[in-house]
Design a binder for this molecule. Structure first.
Ligand code: OVV
Length: 402
């Protein structure tokens, strides 16, 4: 063997493109090959490291000092590439700047503060299920996921009623923007200017309902904890991360249960299982598929030497099915303890909206479990093409009343 061969042998590599159309549509086969290639794999298509392993992903997420977010949490390396939008002051920032902003966001989105939404979401879920049962034949995205989330979440933040569907267009761009500037990204940014204008307008304090969550961020600015600009960016983060993610999650919930009628039966027998069922969907079919960190110094990881300023891709969707961590990872089982999934990330940047997402999802799943006997697939489901999110474009279903 030549020296070059020895080097190649010592460094697992893969030419997988995680962001190709085929691969975002059907991730589980390439997850397997990335997993099998090694704990940490050099991805030749993009010159970044990648991992499909639960323990490595968690180790990276847990160490913000070594694996930073300030150079972006997508493929773009802000050391050398210009971000496509002004970076998030939460997600794409590191301590110490990140810390007070995150403190404010956590206060606004704290479970204890959000509990007041539980009856409101339950009422919306009830109205929605009335409508679904009246129709019978429905589309899981157009009739369930989108109308529910576009009602409950912008209401909670304090947005007006008009133009809300543009929030989904914005999220689509944001989540494509964590991948390469490929055709998928380009297609989603075709009408970017109008959509960005709409979303930035929504972040304006004067336009937010004084009783909503957005205003709470500005109250922290009044107290001097963050600046007004930081408050505006906290609202932008809510509107960036809070829509498409939960819309896709609801679609994945519906498809999981349509595909696994026995699990639906288990849930119907005990709707209090809704809580864990939601976690299991987020593990089994994670809406949030991947994230990056960038090394802040030279470091050894999984036996590899990685220089500073290098990107590492964590395939969260793969980690959530890593057989080294999960028993029978490819089995959808609402009774398993799924709480340790990485679908909300981990560490200082773990999802700030997770209490909100859980309340939204649990309210809907509980209402459906009480009143819907069966969810059947009635036509070809079409997966959505997005560089980061995994969900459906269309999901034709029939719901049968209990
Ligand atoms: C987790 C996440 C996704 C998308 C956008 C943001 C955060 C943000 O902070 O803007």
């Amino acid at each position: 063997m030549t020296d070059a061969d020895t080097l190649t042998a010592a460094r697992p590599s893969s030419d997988i493109d995680p962001f190709s159309r085929e691969n975002v549509l059907a991730p589980y086969a390439w997850h397997q090959s990335l997993h099998d290639a090694g704990p940490l794999v050099w991805m030749t298509k993009y010159d970044v490291w990648g991992t499909a392993r639960y323990d490595i992903a968690k180790q990276v997420l847990d160490d913000w000092e070594t694996y930073g977010s300030g150079a972006g949490v997508g493929l773009a390396n802000f050391h050398t590439e210009k971000p496509w939008r002004p970076p998030s002051k939460l997600l794409e920032a590191d301590p110490p700047e990140h810390t007070p902003r995150r403190g404010v966001a956590d206060g606004v989105m704290a479970h204890s503060r959000l509990r007041e939404f539980r009856p409101i979401f339950a009422e919306q879920a009830k109205l929605l299920v009335d409508d679904l049962l009246a129709k019978g034949d429905i589309d899981g995205m157009e009739d369930v996921a989108k109308p529910y989330i576009l009602k409950v979440f912008p209401d909670a933040v304090g947005l007006g009623p008009d133009g809300r569907e543009q929030l989904l267009d914005y999220g689509n761009m944001v989540f494509n923007g964590f991948g390469p500037l490929n055709d998928t990204f380009a297609a989603s940014t075709a009408a970017a200017d109008a959509v960005v204008d709409y979303v930035m307008g929504c972040c304006d304090r004067d336009r937010l309902d004084p009783n909503g969550l957005g205003e709470q961020a500005y109250k922290a600015a009044d107290e001097g904890i963050v600046s007004n600009e930081e408050a505006l960016f906290i609202v932008r983060s809510m509107l960036s991360a809070g829509l498409d993610t939960t819309v896709y999650a609801i679609g994945n919930v519906l498809s999981c249960f349509a595909d696994h009628p026995d699990e639906w039966e288990k849930l119907r027998a005990d709707p209090s299982k809704a809580r864990n069922a939601v976690e299991e969907v987020l593990r089994y079919d994670s809406p949030f598929q991947s994230f990056f960190r960038t090394t802040t110094r030279d470091v050894e990881l999984a036996g590899q030497h990685i220089p500073a300023k290098t990107k590492i891709m964590m395939s969260l969707g793969a980690a959530n099915r890593d057989p080294a961590f999960w028993e029978k990872p490819d089995v959808f089982d609402i009774d398993r303890n799924a709480a340790a999934h990485l679908g909300f990330g981990f560490g200082v940047h773990h999802c700030m909206g997770q209490a909100m997402a859980r309340l939204e999802l649990q309210a809907l799943v509980t209402e459906m479990a009480k009143r819907i006997e069966r969810i059947e697939i009635t036509g070809p489901a079409v997966r959505a093409v997005n560089n980061t999110l995994h969900g459906f474009e269309t999901l034709p279903l029939r719901v049968v009343a209990a």
